[in-house]
Design a protein around this ligand. Structure first.
Ligand code: ADP
Ligand code: MG
Length: 464
């Protein structure tokens, strides 16, 4: 073998990353084994081409920097793809087997699978929906790890795999990222279809084309991705067909992935037997992202554009749009368009003006200080005069600060005006109350969702 052996440096690099990264991230990406060294490089094995690309993008530079710091040499890392199911014994066995002509075909087939490296883009999948561009945060960490496990072991890790969550939280993105990764690293026949399209095709096949083609198409794939299965509610015929498709694929260990806007148990107009099929494998949910994840998503989307947007503007957007990533993207698109058209860097005020209608859902004209004070008082079971008064006990001061915070967030009133509305206080008291809540949100993230609930109640109250 080679005269060079840098394995100790690699071990140390691994140790450092293990300390620096979260367990989930580390186990997700540092799935590589030391193979051998050459004069200037360390060769590592990875389970698939997909992992190689990901490691190259995410960690190659960082790994090489650490190697340089440790060894004093500019070592680079290189990869070999080793299909995971081959353990060392099997590998030896395979080498001897290849010598017999009978097994040559088998070996060639295996090699072909490994050569599916640079496959063309899948026609039904959007290449922008990939793992690299999907920001991982506490809201989706589990779902992303599960999706990666499915990609590594399709048909066996979790089957079916179902991703659920509200609108614009990344269900389609994560599903298609899984599809793209499977497509890139395997020779599998993958079908991506929305539940609506599946239904239309089924109806069409009944009407004109005959069922055979339809059945053949969906029952012969290796991976079936069906987006938005809540659409199947009340479509009894399609449900029946899906049930049989599911059973056939499942029996053959073919991977099935679904998305849904709620947990399947909450789908009312779906047959029980289909519901139980959906729930059979692993169901994961996507929650709304917290502030940091929202900010990271904005930065990621901005990375691809040649536009500068000041950090305070991004903070403001991430702070104000909290319920859905799609809205977050729409706001960013507006800011980018503004910057490109005016050729001026956007500032906080012009961004607020530009996004007034986007924030409109939160900052509604008919949300008044009175209404906020009333809703907060009711929620905390205290009186409006307590909210405006001088008592400083915690059970009253806390709701008062919340009310101050919401008034600044949801109305256009100045802090001086708000001071008047809160029992003739100075504007600095309002700022102080507001900041207290901001600090508490940072310290205890559950507060943010409580505040969202209150905002929702206040908005609903405006319609009464
Ligand atoms: P859903 O299918 O749940 O309604 P999508 O998958 O269509 O939502 O996501 C809406 C938009 O938000 C897409 O453009 C997607 O790329 C983006 N998005 C959602 N979650 C993330 C995330 N964690 N990181 C980056 N982009 C995201
Ligand atoms: Mg979707």
């Amino acid at each position: 073998m080679s005269d060079w052996n840098y394995e100790v440096f690699w071990d140390e690099v691994l140790k450092q990353f293990k300390e620096e990264l979260s367990d989930a991230t580390f186990s997700m990406w540092f799935n590589m084994d030391y193979e051998y060294s050459t004069e200037n490089s360390i060769v590592l094995s990875v389970p698939s081409k997909f992992f190689e690309t990901q490691i190259n993008k995410r960690y190659k530079d960082k790994i090489e920097k650490k190697l340089k710091d440790l060894s004093g040499r500019a070592l680079i890392i290189e990869f070999v793809v080793k299909a995971k199911e081959l353990n060392d014994n099997e590998e030896e066995k395979e080498v001897s087997e290849q010598k017999s002509p009978k097994n040559k075909k088998k070996a060639e087939k295996k090699q072909k699978t490994q050569e599916t490296k640079n496959r063309e883009q899948h026609p039904d999948l959007n290449k922008d929906y990939n793992f690299d561009d999907f920001i991982v945060g506490p809201n989706n960490n589990f779902a992303v790890n599960a999706a990666l496990a499915v990609v590594k072991n399709p048909g066996t890790a979790y089957n079916p795999f179902l991703i659920y969550g509200g609108v614009g939280l990344g269900k389609t993105h994560l599903m298609q990222a899984s599809g793209n990764a499977l497509h890139d690293s395997n020779d599998l026949k993958i079908i991506y279809v929305t539940a609506e399209k599946f239904t239309n095709e089924f109806v069409e096949s009944l009407r004109v084309k005959g069922m055979r083609d339809f059945k053949n198409k969906y029952r012969s794939c290796d991976v079936l991705l069906i987006d938005d299965i809540h659409f199947f509610e009340k479509k009894d015929g399609t449900q029946e067909e899906l049930f049989h498709t599911f059973n056939e694929l499942y029996e053959k260990n073919k991977q099935i992935i679904f998305t849904c806007d709620r947990p399947p148990s909450e789908l009312k107009n779906l047959t029980q037997r289909l519901k139980s099929r959906f729930e059979r494998g692993l169901n994961v949910d996507l929650q709304t992202p917290g502030f940091e994840t929202r900010k990271a998503i904005l930065l990621k989307k901005l990375e691809k554009k040649n536009v500068r947007i000041p950090d305070e503007v991004l903070d403001m957007v991430a702070k104000n749009i909290s319920s859905n990533v799609r809205d977050l993207e729409a706001a960013l698109t507006k800011l980018i368009a503004y910057t490109e058209i005016t050729k001026k860097e956007i500032n906080l005020n012009s961004a607020k003006d530009l996004l007034r209608d986007v924030f409109g859902s939160t900052r509604q004209r008919n949300v008044t200080v009175d209404l906020i004070q009333k809703c907060v008082a009711e929620h905390f079971k205290i009186s409006i005069s307590d909210i405006k008064g001088k008592k400083r006990t915690k059970s009253i001061a806390f709701p008062r600060h919340i009310a101050m915070y919401l008034c600044r967030e949801m109305t256009e009133c100045s802090t001086t005006e708000l001071g008047n509305e809160f029992g003739g206080r100075d504007h600095t008291t309002i700022i102080h109350g507001y900041n207290k809540i901001v600090d508490q949100i940072t310290a205890e993230p559950t507060l943010e969702s409580n505040i969202h609930e209150l905002q929702k109640m206040i908005k609903e109250a405006t319609n009464k």
